[in-house]
Design a protein around this ligand. Structure first.
Ligand SMILES: [Zn+2]
Length: 624
């Protein structure tokens, strides 16, 4: 452990200490893994010892604990297999593959022994969950040592993890070890592995991986023995040690994270680049086909970190690794594993998305299985902003793909509440749009309620108050309420917990002598405050804001509007709102609701006076 690392871990300990005492009401469990794995690259099997210190910070006495055994999903007849067979639109990457797995291609974990402080426990494997009866109850505040001996077989790559992916990467090692399930205020989360989304216990990982010396390894954590294993990790000119029995042991330490992933391949090459005042970046990929793009990607990754750190909060680790592998893109602590044979824009796109998960997944560790919209949605929001800046999009709405996808979902009558747990949606389509895009719209749309400046401050405050913890929806809601001074329950109740839709209209515009009466009408089922733009014939633009009465106030500033006048509030029970403009009708060129396109209004044609046959501005983004 370097001196810097020691200092870092001291800061983390102080941090968890202050969290523990500053926020008694929100305890969180703690783990410390010590794992030694030997991977046989001929049989694709691992022999492993896992010593896990588990601290019970809850006020409850625990008599049972649960582990995830993710590899067991990759067996014919598993819950993942049956879910894929029965959902109308299964993930194309996994569809039809599990039933065809042979004995040598399946994944499995076999538990050989599990001791609690030296005493045998009783345990049972139930699909992808290991159910353990503790030898002794674990009292509040107590810690125990769980010593496990197990072996595993790495499955062929079907979803996220496995061997020999489509691009020829030998080992993508994610969701690869028996992982303690999280126990929180809501109890155990021993979710079977069916489709996706994860949740883990905060803690430390000390991982030793032994395999053939020609394989290069990259992953979460700081490599402790670069001089021993070489492969470009050693200092320039430094000699590396001879392998023992043709093998190296790679030793990694990752602290204050909630998962650990790695990848290994004999063909990997390794580049590094430093983010000024940020982490050292490592790029681990295959030479050949996509190499040029992987070289160009490196500078873009530096820029991505710089923008993200300035806008969403510091990146507190000293390292981040972009690894080629897997079956798409997936986020892990201090690393991402992405497929590499893509065009440049797509490669940058997937990198940006996964890097942003360092904020909305790694540091703000929400329970993704329950609140995927907080994890994927916030990441998409941040990722759109960075992509817009990297590729100079300068679009009026950098999140337009979210709005057009939502539009398609609603029109297909497939909308489901975003609050559903990730595995419980009726279709993969509804899951994807709800978690990725409705989560993104939640934020962008919210900027029209509280103002962009307030939303930006809220995201930073959310980071400061909730990093290294498990924030829940109400925690984020309270932050924005405190920053804005507005009441926002209604917004989450409608947008996240229901499928209600927004549809406001400029219903009528009539001459009232030298004045003009405007009637607005709510045709939708979800209320929203209104930004109303009035353009006069000499080009003058007037901005008005109509808050909802139940917000108990109005936004103070909003850079999308500039100067605006706050009008009388709108009680949501009233379908019609009447306002009088101090301008004669003949002088009015245009009146528009939500000209900045931030609300997910399902019918934009009626937002404008005079109505024009103009298409929905998001229609151009429609795929079908
Ligand atoms: Zn994501």
């Amino acid at each position: 452990m370097s001196k810097k690392l020691l200092l870092l871990s001291l800061t983390f300990s102080l941090l968890s200490f202050s969290c523990l005492w500053g926020q008694q009401s929100r305890w969180q469990q703690w783990v410390s893994y010590q794992m030694e794995i030997e991977l046989d690259v001929a049989t694709h099997q691992m022999q492993a010892v896992q010593n896990l210190r588990y601290a019970n910070h809850s006020p409850d006495t625990l008599t049972r604990v649960f582990y995830h055994l993710y590899y067991n999903a990759f067996q014919p007849g598993s819950m993942m297999d049956l879910r894929l067979q029965n959902i109308p639109d299964p993930d194309g990457r996994a569809k039809g593959k599990i039933p065809k797995l042979t004995a040598g291609e399946m994944g499995w974990h076999k538990i050989h022994a599990l001791l609690q402080d030296g005493d045998s426990t009783r345990y049972e494997v139930a699909g992808t969950i290991l159910e353990v009866e503790l030898a002794k109850p674990l009292l509040p505040g107590d810690t125990c040592l769980l010593e496990m001996k197990y072996s595993s077989q790495v499955p062929v790559t079907i979803r996220r993890t496995g061997r020999d992916n489509a691009e020829g990467i030998a080992y993508t090692m994610s969701q690869w070890y028996p992982k303690m399930c999280e126990y929180d205020l809501e109890g155990w989360h021993a979710n079977p592995y069916i489709g996706g989304e994860f949740y883990g216990v905060w803690g430390n990982f000390d991982v030793k991986i032994r395999l053939d010396a020609n394989y290069m390894v990259g992953g979460s954590g700081y490599l402790q023995n670069p001089q021993e294993v070489g492969h470009g990790y050693e200092l320039p000119g430094q000699k590396t040690m001879k392998p023992v029995d043709g093998k190296y042991t790679w030793h990694f330490i990752a602290e204050n994270v909630h998962d650990f992933a790695w990848a290994a391949d004999p063909d990997y090459v390794h580049d590094r680049m430093q983010v000024p005042d940020g982490p050292e970046l490592h790029f681990i990929y295959q030479p050949g086909k996509g190499e040029e793009n992987w070289k160009k990607l490196q500078g873009e990754t530096v820029k991505c970190f710089q923008i993200a750190m300035a806008r969403f909060g510091p990146y507190p680790f000293e390292q981040f690794t972009v690894i080629q592998g897997g079956d798409g893109g997936m986020e892990y602590p201090m690393a991402t594993i992405i497929t590499g044979n893509r065009n440049f824009h797509s490669l940058v796109g997937v990198m940006v998305h996964e890097v942003l998960h360092s904020w909305y997944y790694l540091l703000l560790g929400t329970n993704e299985s329950r609140y995927a919209w907080m994890d994927e949605g916030f990441t998409i929001y941040a990722d759109d902003i960075i992509m817009d800046s990297l590729f100079q999009g300068r679009s009026l709405n950098p999140h337009s793909r979210a709005y057009s996808s939502y539009d398609i979902l609603v029109n297909a009558n497939r909308n489901e509440p975003a609050s559903l747990p990730a595995d419980f949606f009726q279709t993969s389509f509804a899951y994807s749009v709800s978690s990725y895009y409705k989560g993104c719209i939640l934020l962008h749309q919210m900027s029209s309620i509280v103002g962009q400046e307030c939303l930006d401050r809220s995201l930073i405050r959310y980071y400061k108050e909730w990093a290294y913890r498990h924030p829940e929806p109400r925690d984020f809601k309270r932050i924005v309420e405190k920053e804005s001074g507005l009441e926002l329950d209604w917004y989450f109740d409608h947008w996240i917990n229901s499928t209600n839709v927004i549809d406001y209209a400029v219903e009528s515009v009539t001459k009232k002598g030298k004045k003009t009466e405007v009637q607005l009408k709510n045709y939708g089922t979800m209320p929203m405050p209104i930004d109303l733009t009035v353009i006069l014939d000499e080009g003058e633009k007037r901005q008005y804001h109509i808050p909802l009465r139940m917000m108990r106030g109005a936004k103070k500033a909003d850079k999308w509007l500039g100067q605006f006048e706050v009008l009388e509030d709108w009680p949501w029970t009233h379908p019609v709102y009447v306002l009088e403009l101090d301008v004669p009708l003949r002088k009015i060129k245009k009146i528009e609701i939500d000209a900045s396109l931030r609300t997910a209004d399902i019918n934009r044609k009626n937002n404008v006076y005079p109505q024009s046959p103009e298409k929905n501005p998001f229609d151009k983004n429609r795929k079908n």
